[in-house]
Ligand binder design. Structure first.
Ligand code: FES
Length: 172
């Protein structure tokens, strides 16, 4: 323990290298009777988990649509009253899904799962942006820049003007 404290307090001769450089943990593990192999294995696993968590941050989901069909009542989403309006309509069930009104009786339904690595994309007011690596998409889901990716997946829609609903054929 004394040696560990001394090591941590001793600055490196190279100013680019921090004083400890991770050796304190190795010494501590040895002091507690953990074999070097077990320590390195555990450290490697922890590093791999950290990388995976970082890659999947910000609401990652499995790619593709899921959750089954959705019937959206347009009266429930004021943004969809006007052409160009956008609303997230999954209600927290299944894969994140948005509906875009492209005309008086036409709509585009999008999976908000980024095709690059599965993060949920966010609407910016003029399109969609992935907060993970920066892929950008038009409002109707076409890839437009940033991290290379295919366009957002879309689902077939059926508009019922009498009922004021749009049914999205989202797969189960
Ligand atoms: S997950 Fe990488 S750009 Fe979206």
């Amino acid at each position: 323990m004394e040696r560990i404290a001394q090591h941590a307090a001793t600055p490196s001769a190279n100013p680019a290298v921090p004083p400890c450089a991770g050796l304190c943990e190795a010494l501590e593990a040895k002091r507690e009777g953990v074999s070097r192999r077990a320590f390195v294995s555990a450290a490697s696993l922890a590093a791999a988990v950290a990388i995976l968590e970082a890659c999947g941050a910000s609401g990652a989901t499995s790619p593709g649509g899921s959750g089954g069909p959705i019937t959206v009542s347009l009266a429930s989403y004021s943004a969809l009253a006007a052409v160009g309006g956008v609303a997230r309509v999954d209600g927290g069930s299944g894969s994140p899904t948005a509906l875009v009104r492209t005309g008086a009786s036409t709509f585009v339904a999008l999976s908000l799962v980024c095709p690059h690595a599965g993060t949920t994309v966010a609407y910016t007011g003029s399109g969609w942006t992935c907060p993970n690596h920066g892929a950008r998409f038009t409002t109707t889901g076409t890839w437009s820049g940033g991290q290379g990716a295919s366009s957002l997946s879309s689902f077939a829609t059926a508009y019922d003007g009498v009922a004021g609903t749009v049914t999205i054929s989202r797969p189960s």
